[in-house]
Design a binder for this molecule. Structure first.
Ligand code: SF4
Length: 303
């Protein structure tokens, strides 16, 4: 049986940048706070914890004066920076530049009087940071079912959280365009403007095609990611649609020998927050699991 790691998998450059910034500080001072989990991958968090990283909540920020506080790639709303300043807390800002750009575009449209609509999950840290750019006044929708929340009058601008599904974004855009047209027909005096901005990160959406090809090329696919990784869930669904024998795991302990029955090729891939070393560990675990099984099977036959 052949076990192959997807050559396009691993950290996106935004996450690589965040981890490098954290490790630089940890190597220098041996202590760093991360405001919220640094990435959606508990195994990688554990590795950094051993180097001196602690995760703190917003409530704990006021007491975090004995070390610097890292703002992770998801970014934060302006209120967090104000709070840090008020408490005299030193920040290392690792917000991904893609997110920083999105935040400033949202702010610009908001200040120009647009109704800001964000396709995303309202509890996701990135979205909390984006909504903060509109002083809390953005409308967040995560599916077509919630489209009624969008106002049909006034100027509307649609943005997306960087890790959402591109296909669903364009379905929402199409649906909104239809509604805007209807509104114009019903009341032509109303000046409704619709501007669509696809702000899905290309580190996520450009992976779709290559990921589909990889998923189809193997008998069984193991998708490795943190269970609460938004990007992980989206990419896992892409794989599952191409290859029904796709399994989502967070650690090698979750592997199940049953998955590898009658299989010649196993692929391993992951989200933008899945470290390369973890996929290599999964590869070793699959090889050892299957070879132990083979040995036991041979012994049983020999008896
Ligand atoms: S997925 Fe894109 S936006 Fe998110 S951290 Fe990576 S590079 Fe930045």
């Amino acid at each position: 049986m052949q076990v192959i790691i997807d050559k396009n998998a691993g950290f996106c450059w935004g996450v690589v940048r965040t981890i490098e910034m954290a490790e630089k500080e940890l190597n220098a001072s041996g202590k760093l706070y991360s405001l919220g989990e640094i990435i959606h991958n508990p195994v990688e968090i554990e590795r950094l914890k051993e180097k001196g990283l602690s995760t703190i909540s917003h409530e704990e920020l006021r007491n975090a004066k004995d070390a610097k506080v890292l703002i992770r790639a998801h970014g934060e709303p302006p209120s967090t920076y104000e709070m840090a300043k008020r408490y005299g807390v030193e920040i290392i800002d690792a917000t991904c530049p893609v997110v920083t750009k999105l935040q400033s575009r949202i702010r610009k449209f908001y200040l120009e009087g647009y109704n800001v609509v964000i396709f995303g999950k309202k509890e996701h840290p990135e979205v909390i940071g984006l909504v903060g750019q509109c002083d809390g006044n953005a409308i967040v929708i995560k599916s077509l079912d919630e489209i009624d929340k969008v106002p049909l009058t006034g100027k509307v601008v649609l943005f997306s959280q960087t890790t959402m599904s591109k296909d669903l974004f364009y379905k929402i855009k199409e649906e909104l365009e239809k509604r805007v047209e209807e509104l114009v027909v019903i009341n032509p005096e109303e000046n409704v403007e619709f501007v669509a901005k696809d702000t899905i990160c290309r580190q996520v959406s450009n992976r779709d095609e290559k990921l589909k090809e990889f998923a189809k090329s193997v008998d069984v696919l193991i998708f490795v990611a943190g269970k609460n990784s938004s990007n992980g869930k989206v990419l896992y669904e892409v794989c599952k649609a191409e290859n029904p024998r796709t399994y989502f795991i967070e650690t090698p302990r979750e592997l199940n020998i049953e998955w590898f029955k009658d299989c010649e090729t196993v692929g391993i891939t992951g989200a933008t927050s899945t470290p390369q070393w973890l996929m290599e560990e999964v590869k070793r675990a699959i090889e050892s699991l299957c070879s132990n099984f083979k040995d036991e099977f041979s012994k049983a036959i020999a008896k």
